[in-house]
Design a protein around this ligand. Structure first.
Ligand SMILES: *[C@@H]1O[C@H](CO)[C@@H](O)[C@H](O)[C@H]1NC(C)=O
Ligand SMILES: *[C@@H]1O[C@H](CO)[C@@H](O)[C@H](O)[C@H]1NC(C)=O
Ligand SMILES: *[C@@H]1O[C@H](CO)[C@@H](O)[C@H](O)[C@H]1NC(C)=O
Ligand SMILES: *[C@@H]1O[C@H](CO)[C@@H](O)[C@H](O)[C@H]1NC(C)=O
Ligand SMILES: *[C@@H]1O[C@H](CO)[C@@H](O)[C@H](O)[C@H]1NC(C)=O
Ligand SMILES: *[C@@H]1O[C@H](CO)[C@@H](O)[C@H](O)[C@H]1NC(C)=O
Ligand SMILES: *[C@@H]1O[C@H](CO)[C@@H](O)[C@H](O)[C@H]1NC(C)=O
Ligand SMILES: CC(=O)N[C@H]1CO[C@H](CO)[C@@H](O)[C@@H]1O
Ligand SMILES: [Zn+2]
Length: 668
């Protein structure tokens, strides 16, 4: 056994002894010290010169940027991620010291191997060119720019669907058409391949400008003359495809269909059987069923591509592939970047190691109990709201909502909840074989392929909540923020959130119910907002649920909320409904929480509640840095101006103060 493991044993032992011998008085003192520490941090962000009723964001977050001027993160969740990364870095250093005693095929060894590859691989193994040499369009030809000397590129050997399937195995989606494995709309137990029209909305869903496209081609080895011509033609191809995708389907065309491979080939043309075989890496029978909501588009696409220069199509697919790879890479071999790289590529393994090293079984159980307890309080609060039926829903609709609410589950750590985790995770990674030869692209490609393969394997079994975890995309894998899975009706709470300042087991409940309580109720409400209500308790499409947002009272609440326009109405709904849930859970007359004035602060409990929630939104990101949400300042303002107890807590004057307009919007 190496020295480092011994050290941990001693450390653990001391901790245990320390706890065992602590008198209740001493632990009370600890609790108070913990509360004071939390409060000190909270107050350090406050700009006392700003007026809470005029601009609560300036008041609650005014000093945040200054306090964190030397930090690379931009908000509280970034701070938590940094803590997670630092812990993982320590864990990896420990693994490194024990390297010789690690089982070569253990999850630990695989995690360490990729971390070291990230750190030690030469820059040349990270280049797009190198990836492309490892993944040619097929086994017979290279990408056009790598062709042999003066011989022409043998375009007769290029088949676009085959090449697309080959690069999609590494996680590329949304190029030419989108092909993904998702739960069946009407039965979420079953996963199906969904073929969809590609989207061109986001920047990463299309190529850059012609100049950028040309520069990329040059970087990948295309000659200057070729690059000019190709960039022009590739952009033209993308524009034609985007135009097809934007075309409204004919009234007569079926909107969506379950089609067999055989039917696809007959209706659309193209070698779909072969495509799916390559994509799934197994034989696919002619009766294999996929879900297609874009038959006319796919027909038109086949027609379009039939007459195009194959070199242009190959180059288009190649560029989209390389952009995808760039997005999936950290482009740095700094230790923290490599930790993030491990997190995003091997999330399940990382979660297991983090749990084993930093959360003892006893502590995990206490966290689980505490979190479940908090969640049950929030659930009960929403049940109470449903009883009052503010929205005047019909009894069946109300029933649907209630059943769904009762069925929401929590998954802590994004881990399978009802199995032996260690053996589950080891089995999960059993057929991942990393080369560990300091070739970054080689191992990165193996990991991307591995994750995509596991994702596609969801086709082969029914959904099972006992073994469920989300095979996350890279961004989710690197983040500690809770999220809600619509089709599984599960809230996933990453381990990273269960630490200070968001969660401190022994702190006063006001800190927990405000910040973590708000995060959980926001996620819970995602199941009960415009974009969530159409799914029932099992995540199946439900007509009755889909109708709820169209009801009078609901739709006027939406118009009210949209008086300051937002692209992200679901988020705003979840915020506005979520704050009420968390607040009432604490302050309702029948709440179990202590409502007496705490000794550690002169702020009232209600003020503490709002201050702690508000600081979830603090940060120093520029307003246009937000994706999928309004900017934090806007989010906070909307939450508070629409929630009367805020104005009461601070004695704001109605219509005189910015933060207290008379007209407030309420959904549930
Ligand atoms: C604090 O608030 C005052 C009053 O609004 C303002 O003048 C000052 O710039 C704020 N300080 C910071 C650091 O934002
Ligand atoms: C940031 O770094 C500068 C220079 O080292 C130091 O003077 C300053 O106190 C630091 N700020 C904080 C909030 O730690
Ligand atoms: C290039 O040509 C040589 C000789 O004709 C051949 O051995 C080699 O396999 C070719 N390489 C590619 C990538 O086609
Ligand atoms: C969903 O599919 C599974 C497996 O095919 C089946 O057992 C189940 O009854 C289906 N559920 C519904 C609601 O149709
Ligand atoms: C969490 O656990 C602590 C200590 O075990 C307890 O005092 C507190 O009431 C619990 N809070 C919630 C919200 O469950
Ligand atoms: C779900 O998984 C658990 C654990 O592997 C297993 O015991 C159970 O039978 C599975 N349930 C279904 C319906 O397959
Ligand atoms: C939000 O809407 C209100 C009422 O129309 C308006 O007074 C206010 O300026 C808007 N705020 C923002 C940030 O757009
Ligand atoms: C997974 C789960 O919680 N299922 C429950 C959903 O709700 C119904 C009705 O309340 C229960 O019978 C299920 O057990
Ligand atoms: Zn959200």
């Amino acid at each position: 056994m190496s020295t480092s493991t011994t050290t941990f044993c001693i450390l653990r032992l001391i901790l245990l002894l320390g706890l065992a011998s602590a008198s209740s008085q001493a632990s009370n003192a600890n609790v108070n010290a913990g509360n004071t520490e939390l409060l000190t941090q909270i107050l350090s962000y406050v700009n006392v010169s700003a007026s809470p009723c005029h601009d609560y964001y300036s008041y609650a977050c005014g000093n945040w940027a200054q306090r964190h001027q030397n930090d690379s993160f931009m908000e509280i969740t970034g701070l938590l991620d940094q803590k997670v990364n630092e812990k993982l870095l320590m864990l990896l250093a420990e693994l490194q010291k024990q390297q010789s005693s690690l089982q070569p095929d253990s999850v630990q060894a695989k995690v360490l191997s990729f971390f070291k590859t990230c750190q030690l691989a030469s820059g040349s193994t990270r280049l797009g060119k190198h990836y492309l040499a490892l993944v040619p369009p097929n086994e017979k030809i290279p990408w056009p720019q790598f062709k042999n000397g003066s011989k022409a590129w043998d375009s007769s050997k290029f088949h676009w669907m085959e090449t697309l399937a080959r690069v999609q195995r590494f996680g590329l989606t949304n190029a030419l058409f989108d092909s993904d494995v998702l739960p069946d709309l009407t039965n979420s137990s079953n996963y199906l391949i969904h073929l969809k029209t590609p989207s061109f909305e986001e920047e990463n869903e299309r190529l850059g400008s012609r100049i950028r496209t040309k520069a990329m081609l040059r970087m990948l080895g295309t000659s200057p003359q070729q690059a000019t011509r190709l960039a022009h033609e590739i952009k033209a191809l993308e524009q034609k495809v985007a135009a097809l995708a934007a075309r409204q389907p004919d009234e007569n065309d079926e909107a969506d269909e379950y089609l067999t491979v055989q039917e696809l080939e007959a209706q659309i043309g193209g070698q779909w059987g072969k495509y799916f075989e390559i994509l799934l890496g197994r034989s696919v029978p002619a009766e294999f069923v996929v879900y297609v909501d874009c038959v006319p588009y796919l027909k038109a696409l086949q027609e379009l591509i039939k007459d195009m220069d194959r070199e242009v199509i190959a180059s288009y697919i190649m560029l989209r592939f390389v952009s995808h790879l760039q997005e999936e890479s950290m482009e740095s071999n700094e230790p923290i970047a490599c930790v993030q790289d491990v997190r995003r590529n091997m999330e399940l393994a990382t979660n297991l190691l983090y749990e084993q090293r930093f959360i003892s079984p006893g502590r995990l159980r206490r966290h689980q109990n505490n979190l479940s307890e908090l969640f049950e309080v929030l659930r009960k609060q929403f049940l109470k709201i449903l009883q009052t039926n503010n929205l005047h829903l019909a009894p069946q609709a109300l029933d649907l909502v209630r059943t769904k609410l009762l069925n929401v589950t929590i998954n802590i750590g994004n881990m399978p909840q009802a199995v032996d985790r260690s053996s589950f995770v080891n089995a999960f990674y059993a057929d991942l074989h990393l080369a560990g030869n300091r070739d970054y692209a080689a191992d990165h490609l193996r990991l991307l392929e591995f994750r995509t393969r596991r994702w596609f394997e969801q086709l082969e079994r029914e959904f099972n909540i006992s073994t469920y975890f989300y095979i996350s995309d890279s961004d989710t894998g690197m983040s500690s923020t809770p999220y809600y899975m619509l089709r599984q009706n599960v809230i996933i709470v990453p381990y990273g959130i269960l630490q200070r300042p968001v969660f401190y087991q022994d702190s006063h409940d006001i800190f927990k119910v405000s910040l973590l309580g708000f995060m959980l109720s926001h996620e819970l409400m995602h199941g009960f907002v415009s974009g969530g209500l159409m799914y029932d308790s099992r995540g199946n499409y439900n007509e009755l649920g889909a109708g709820i947002p169209l009801e009078d009272k609901y739709s006027s609440a939406i118009s009210c909320l949209n008086r300051n326009e937002t692209e992200y109405m679901d988020e705003r709904e979840a915020d506005i409904a979520g704050i009420r849930l968390a607040y009432d859970a604490y302050f309702d007359s029948d709440s179990k929480f202590d409502q007496s004035q705490p000794s550690f602060s002169t702020l009232t409990l209600k003020q503490l509640f709002f201050l702690n929630v508000a600081q979830f939104f603090c940060g120093d990101a520029s307003p246009d840095a937000f994706e999928g949400h309004d900017a934090d300042e806007m989010r906070l303002r909307q939450v508070l101006i629409n929630f009367a107890p805020f104005a009461e807590a601070y004695g704001c004057r109605q219509d005189n103060d910015n933060m207290h307009p008379a007209n407030k919007c309420r959904i549930w």
